[in-house]
Ligand binder design. Structure first.
Ligand code: NAI
Ligand code: A1CAB
Length: 266
């Protein structure tokens, strides 16, 4: 399979690094391009066998599958510019908010399109992605999306209407969790811990707690109860989280980000 990547920014690079690290495709079978030449060269420096081409119109006819990793506003001109090419690849968009109908309208009625939402932990093989396929895409196209996104983490096929909520939760979610880790570490520093130790403790606590939710399949509230001794330290801390609205802050963050994803469709 010849893979193409259009847009070698934060997310395109994260995905491609993850896919290459998983060994799903060889770098010599991957074509990349970016409007900003330095971005493509940074990826090329890391994986010298990657093939750098000048633009999407040159890349698309040479690839079987193309990951579209440009900003939502750049998707329409790019696809419309490629719509008349003789050979069309399977388009795998990761753009927030851009709908299957828009992808289909802009790339032409025969084009096969998939809309997905991965997240940056894909870079280290710990991503979460969801995707939905367009009406002309086949089951084997869906399998390709599952393989590519699955090479960099967990993946689910979902009905398209869920993808904005997925964007608000797991697409944007790493940023929420990084903020939580930073704030936990600040708390440790406030209470006298050296910065390095505080960050290490905070990050590993988040990893460990998340892994317990996945491995035990217990409800988070039940796992939390097991940490919380009567009259102990944890309940004193939890009281402050409730008082300062952490739970509601996260809920509203997912709500606003979901609404923003819906707005991005224009
Ligand atoms: N950053 C994140 O955590 C996530 C982002 N996304 C989606 O991924 C997409 C890319 O986001 P980022 O990587 O954060 O943005 P970015 O700005 O880091 O990368 C976008 C790249 O596309 C390039 N570009 C723009 N127009 C182009 C064109 N016509 N041809 C070739 N390259 C072009 C830009 O020069 C830039 O390097 C967006 O649509 C975003 O909604 C999806 C999931 C997570
Ligand atoms: O902030 C954004 O719009 C992108 C989409 C999901 C994560 N980052």
């Amino acid at each position: 399979m010849k893979l193409g990547l259009i847009g070698c920014g934060k997310m395109g690079s994260a995905l491609l690094n993850g896919v290459l690290a998983a060994g799903l495709v060889k770098p010599e079978d991957v074509l990349i391009c970016d409007a900003y030449a330095t971005a493509a060269m940074q990826l090329k420096n890391r994986h010298p066998s990657l093939i750098v081409v000048s633009d999407a119109a040159e890349l698309a006819p040479q690839a079987d599958v193309v990951i579209l990793a440009v900003k939502p506003k750049d998707i329409r001109p790019l696809l419309e510019n490629c719509a008349s090419l003789k050979k069309s690849p399977l388009w795998l968009s990761i753009a927030a908010g851009i709908t299957l109908k828009q992808l289909q309208d802009w790339s032409g009625p025969k084009a096969r399109v998939i809309r997905s939402m991965p997240n940056t932990p894909a870079q280290i093989g710990k991503g979460y992605s969801a995707f939905a396929k367009g009406s002309t895409a086949t089951d084997s196209d869906a399998q390709i999306a599952r393989d590519l996104l699955g090479a960099v983490g967990l993946v689910d096929e979902v009905p398209e209407y869920l993808l904005d909520s997925i964007t608000g939760l797991s697409g944007s979610g790493p940023a929420y969790v990084f903020t939580i880790i930073e704030a936990l570490a600040d708390g440790g520093v406030l209470m006298g811990l050296p910065r390095d130790a505080a960050l290490r403790a905070a990050a590993q606590t988040v990893v460990g707690a998340a892994q317990m939710v996945i491995d035990t399949a217990q409800h988070p509230a039940s796992l939390r109860d097991a940490v919380t001794s009567p009259g102990g330290t944890t309940i004193a801390g939890l009281e402050q989280l409730e008082k300062h609205g952490l739970r509601n802050a996260l809920l509203q963050a997912v709500r606003k980000a979901t609404e923003r994803s819906r707005e991005l469709a224009g």
